[in-house]
Write a protein that binds this ligand. Structure first.
Ligand code: PMV
Length: 328
């Protein structure tokens, strides 16, 4: 079974678009795929959701989750459904990277991560599909090459992505990412225990990245200062993770959230969720991913506190789950 991991951004989103580093981490949920020879190239998709005891719904996150269900796409047959058509085009884009003289392949994919949540769903799917196709074609390549091969898929969904999600989805690592540079894996001294809370509102990476670009154009000096400070938080955060100084990482996350709020990518709901988990004992909390909705993350000192954070979020009516970050 081939896998692509979902991810959270511990520190550094948005700054990464402007060349600063970001600290990302794979999570133990993602997307699974297998491929076998068939009569035609096709992609079968099952929207499985994430079944966790920590959630009430049994499907992980509520809100904008696509209805659990299944559909099948034939590579050369366009469909009316816009999201499914995007996935068909993404599938064709990665198939273009394989030799023409191969047998037709049928890929089955199972998604645990919701889309539009800032958890790297599309990258996890792209990487899982590439890994499954590689297995079926007897190809073997390293994580960086898999991430690179999945970029045509990711571009169908995100236009001009930084590539961070794909790099993390392929590596399963906690890592420093900087645009156009190799991923720098971080040796984790102590595995961070993270609670992910879903705001119940879908986020759009393209929309928030464009909004920040407008802010950058109108207030270049102020935004540059913010990006510089975010970059410095990332450097300090990487050392904190290496040293196992997780309460320090929590403080850096809190400051990063303030800076993201100053870029106007947080929402009152995300702010409220962060405040509630801090009160319930989190070492730190911030939005993760593009913002404007999607998810927030909270760093828990231990399992009982992590459960208390999930409860606090559920009291607000938000779904939450506990994950360990860094899978490999
Ligand atoms: O919401 P996500 O998971 O697509 O993360 C977006 C992170 C940004 O830094 C805002 C954009 C990017 O391409 O890195």
């Amino acid at each position: 079974m081939a896998i692509g991991y979902g991810k959270v951004i511990l520190l550094g989103e948005h700054g990464v678009v402007y060349g600063h580093p970001a600290l990302g981490a794979a999570i133990g949920v993602g997307c699974f795929a297998t491929a076998r020879e068939d009569r035609t190239d096709s992609l079968s998709v099952e929207l499985a959701g994430y079944d966790s005891k920590a959630t009430k719904s049994g499907h992980g996150f509520g809100g904008p989750l696509p209805e659990p269900g299944a559909f099948r796409l034939i590579a050369d047959t366009p469909v009316d459904h816009p999201e499914q058509e995007k996935m068909r085009r993404a599938f064709c884009a990665v198939l273009d990277g394989y030799p023409r003289a191969r047998p037709p392949l049928s890929v089955s994919m199972r998604m645990q991560v919701p889309g539009g949540a800032g958890l790297g769903c599309s990258a996890a799917c792209g990487v899982a599909v590439i890994n499954a196709l590689d297995e079926a074609c007897g190809l073997s390549r390293d994580h960086a090459a898999v991430a690179e091969a999945s970029m045509p898929w990711e571009r169908v969904f995100h236009g001009n992505p930084s590539g961070m999600d794909s790099a993390i989805a392929a590596s399963g690592a906690v890592a420093l990412f900087r645009k156009s540079a190799p991923l720098l894996k971080i040796a984790v001294a102590r595995t961070p225990l993270m609670v992910i809370g879903h705001s119940g509102v879908a986020s759009s990476t393209i929309t928030t990245v464009q909004a920040v670009a407008r802010l950058h154009a109108t207030h270049p000096e102020k935004t540059r200062e913010v990006f510089d400070e975010i970059g410095s938080l990332v450097a300090q955060g990487a050392s904190a993770v290496q040293e196992g100084a997780l309460s320090k990482l929590g403080a850096l996350m809190n400051r990063n959230h303030e800076l993201l709020s100053s870029l106007q990518v947080s929402t009152p709901r995300l702010d409220e969720m962060c405040a509630v988990v801090r009160q319930a004992g989190a070492w730190g909390a911030k939005l993760t991913g593009s913002g404007g909705g999607g998810c927030m993350i909270a760093l828990a000192p231990d399992q009982p506190t992590a459960l208390a954070l999930v409860k606090a979020l559920q009291t607000l009516g938000r779904d939450a789950l506990i994950v360990q970050v860094g899978v490999q």
